[in-house]
Design a binder for this molecule. Structure first.
Ligand code: PBG
Length: 321
């Protein structure tokens, strides 16, 4: 009866798995603050994407960690940069799994390959943009870098680019750049209402972040809900194909409001700190891990997410099969 009456269901196709690929690694490197998650080599990334494809996930979201960082994040749009290499590997892995489908069947489309379009993994100062002379993040100078990154990602095979840096105007600039380069089929998943959050803490380890200070001049204040709706409206007007609210667990009210007014799919990102909290409590025997994971993701869907980015995507897909 509970199954029949359930208003919300989880489906593998709604889940997106974030994955990290690091340049120059010989073996995958465990991320201590995210038990079970690793920085991948290109070879293990291939396996991880193949697993995601076999699990029937809707997407994978790739983050690259370069060997060299500089002030403008040069590696971010280098055609041979680690993220571009990772995108190519991911597309190959998806294609290989799709080809396993029995002859004559239509097969099952593999996960969409998405890429993080942001400078923070590539800059030596760790900010999401380039800096002005006074050390502040220069919004408009950053837009040119995002446009170049998005085109490099599309050239490498990204099907969705995901600007996560909260620069004003980023969606419009990326749309124009993609269209001019002939990538009118590449979609934009806009991180629209992205809050400056303590819950990104473990992610800093995941990408070896060199950030000094914080992101409060460009990411939103957790005190503000209306502002989140305004950010989503701006991104929709600029041509976003999907909008995102993040972190998911602390923004369920904003997520509900965005979902109610958006006419494109709405995504929510269950971030590293949300993952780490449940893993840590479960490791201590303080909560039932599986029940807590499923409840947390079900709540995010109930609040209006069509798509959930979660580090548990593969495991959840296995549980609900
Ligand atoms: C920025 C980016 C961040 C996350 C995703 N994209 C870090 C930040 O904004 O500081 C966080 C994801 C997580 O915590 O799981 N490229």
């Amino acid at each position: 009866m509970r199954r029949l009456a359930a208003e919300t269901r989880l489906h593998a196709a709604d889940l997106v798995l974030p994955l990290f690929v690091k340049e120059g690694l010989a073996e995958p490197a465990p991320i201590t603050s995210m038990p079970g998650q690793v920085q991948h080599t290109e070879a293990t990334l291939r396996d991880a994407v193949a697993d995601a494809a076999r699990a029937g996930l809707g997407g994978v979201m790739l983050f690259g960690i370069p060997a060299e960082r500089d002030a403008t994040g040069t590696a971010g749009d280098d055609p041979d940069g680690i993220l571009q290499r990772g995108i190519r590997v991911a597309r190959e892995a998806v294609a290989a799994v799709e080809a396993e489908a029995p002859a004559g069947s239509s097969g099952r489309p593999g996960p969409v390959v998405m890429a993080d379009t942001c400078l923070d993994e590539f800059t030596d100062h760790g900010h999401c943009g380039v800096l002005a002379a006074d050390g502040s993040v220069d919004n408009d100078a950053t837009l040119d870098r995002y446009a170049a990154m998005a085109v490099a990602q599309a050239r490498a095979g990204a099907e969705v680019v995901a600007p996560s840096g909260m620069m004003d105007g980023q969606v419009a600039v990326i749309r124009d750049a993609l269209d001019d380069a002939g990538f009118d089929q590449v979609s934009i998943l806009a991180y629209s209402a992205k809050y400056a959050s303590a819950f990104y803490g473990p992610f800093r380890e995941a990408v070896d972040s060199s950030l000094q200070g914080d992101r409060r001049t460009y990411q939103m204040d957790a005190a503000n809900a209306r502002e989140g709706l305004r950010e989503a409206d701006l991104d929709l007007a600029e041509g976003a194909d999907m909008v995102m609210v993040k972190p998911a667990g602390t923004s369920l009210d904003v997520l509900r409001s965005v979902a109610d007014r958006s006419d494109v799919p709405v995504a929510a990102y269950q971030v590293s700190g949300e993952y780490a909290m449940i893993e840590a409590a479960a490791a201590n025997g303080w909560i039932d891990r599986k029940a807590a994971v499923l409840e947390s993701v079900t709540a995010i869907k109930r609040a209006g997410a069509d798509v959930v980015l979660t580090y548990w995507a593969n495991e959840i897909a296995e549980w609900i099969k």
